[in-house]
Design a protein around this ligand. Sequence first.
Ligand SMILES: C[S@@+](CC[C@H](N)C(=O)[O-])C[C@H]1O[C@@H](n2cnc3c(N)ncnc32)[C@H](O)[C@@H]1O
Length: 639
Amino acid sequence: MIKDIIKKNKTMTSGLHELDVLREHFPACFKADGSFDIIRFQEYLKDKININDEGYELRFLGKNYGRLLASLDTTTVIVPDEPHNSLPQHKDSKNIYISGDNLDALKHLLKSYAGSIKCIYIDPPYNTGSDGFVYTDSFNFTSEELSVKLSITVEKAQRILDLTRRGSASHSAWLMFMLPRLLLARDLLTKDGVIFISIDDNEQSNLKLLCDDIFGEECFSAIFPWRKRTAKSDVPFGISQDYEWILCYARSDRFLAGIDGKDRKYYETDDFPEKPWRVHDMTTQKTASERPNSFFTIVNPKNGREYPPNPNRTWCVTKDTFDSYYKENRIVFPDDYDFLNIEKPVLRYWKDDDMKKAGDRFGQFAVSTQLPKNVGMSQDGTKDFDRLFNAKYFNYPKPVSLIKYFIEGAVEKDKEKPTLILDFFSGSGTTAQAVMELNSMDDGYNLQYILVQLPEAISSDTEAYNAGYKTIDEIGIDRINRAAKKIKEMNPLFDGDLGFRHFTLKEPSGIQLEKIEKFDKNAVIGDGTLLDEFGVPSVLTTWLERDGYGLTSEYQILDLGGYKAYYIDKHLYFINRNLPDEAVATLLDKYQSEAGFNPQNIVIYGYSFGWSELQGLKDSLQTVKSGEKNLHINFDVRY
Ligand SMILES: C[S@@+](CC[C@H](N)C(=O)[O-])C[C@H]1O[C@@H](n2cnc3c(N)ncnc32)[C@H](O)[C@@H]1O
């Protein structure tokens, strides 16, 4: 795994990733020697492109370096926090908290969650000079290597390396830090996804240009001014900077189309002239024991007809909410309209309300970027945190209500399908609290969060350090636990997901790297220490994520004649050492006798096996190919 990645990274140069994208969509524009034929490409587009050499662009030292960093794969492994993840409140959770550098985390996430995140909110370091931002990275290129990778002179490569190594906080260094992260983030968004980025005056204009570059100018939606405080009087030149900005970009223009109600079917009926409406299911997957308050018989007051609840699928409203919806004409019964063809009562939504919501959601009908007062100011963020800790352990957390406002603007309530929200500069974990609070509302959302936070050391002269927190992710984790507890206290009937699975990202040590480097694939026996050092859970978690199963998937442990293998859908993982002959025989038997057992990919942790052991396994499994199932098994030996 790591050896393969190091090898691939070595050959990666800037632009290779972009060429791969072009190759996939325009194979005819590549010559026999693999080079790109730009004249041919222009012919494809003919009159649709306008080549203008007077265009302008954002240029900064290290722009290509930033792009290169996005295309290198991560060499970290994902280590599951097993004691935490096995606790009852966390073990089945679909929320994710990653302690690690977000550049690595985003690269891991892309393998399973590309195109799946509906809303990203981030609040990166602002590069104010006093917020501690300094550029650091651990890619130890030499100037010669970098000059080849970026096709630049050795002198220029050296200038970039100087920038990465001297802990710079220049505009270039900040842009170089943000560029690869935003590039990767973009690919995580759904087609109708949206990203919100908090920023202040220091980098606002640079960030805007950078985002235009990454997302495309036509995907720019808005800059929301956020009033963070009331005017200060002791500021230089008498101007108090009371505002910050929240930049909003859509993944594509489908963000607007998705929320303006265009795709919805509205009815116009005589009983509600000029008030078009639509209907929506009023049940939820929750069972009677999960939602006792929503387990009641609905009676149609107009004809006394009864609609008992289904024990496996209760109403999504409580009796009280139902009564108030009925008074507002929001309940439609099967007997009300012949054309509807429904068997149980459903909820009515007015087009006007949808449109207003679309407006609130910054869509086509948006009226203003002015945020409502109730999103709160900076002091409200501090109060939110204080209510949970009774202490000030984190500087300037955002108000929960601010993040809630943007999430509500970006997502629709979809009870059936969870919506993913990501924050990869999560600090004290405000976004997780916002998500849990939105889910816990009556008739609330169905959101899942992914948070990433660097285990940044906390300075020893702080209140937080004295209270026992050594890194910022420890504060974030504690905050989520406290917020979850509070939500449960305030709303004891809420039975949604208040837990999270925790993972850390780990770089292999120098010794591990050396062993990996020296490992001989043709050796008679494997090297067990390379498994002991990473551990089966880390190898398995990293691979499940890499193979598209995400971080919260359920796998099975297969007992193959005493040998433990790990099985999920199309993949079977051989990670442990000492594969006995019985294991191979049992596996063959399983393939041949169990109709539903068809893992087509056998993935092998190469270091655990000697050459002949691997060969034996491959030879034995050849037969499945010619057996009744005629499966084509793909052996993927990873180093
Ligand atoms: C401005 S704070 C976010 C505050 C957050 N919105 C809140 O309400 O608590 C930015 C956070 O990003 C974290 N950070 C900086 N660089 C990072 C990186 N490379 N990966 C992950 N987190 C990072 C910092 O440690 C800091 O906690």
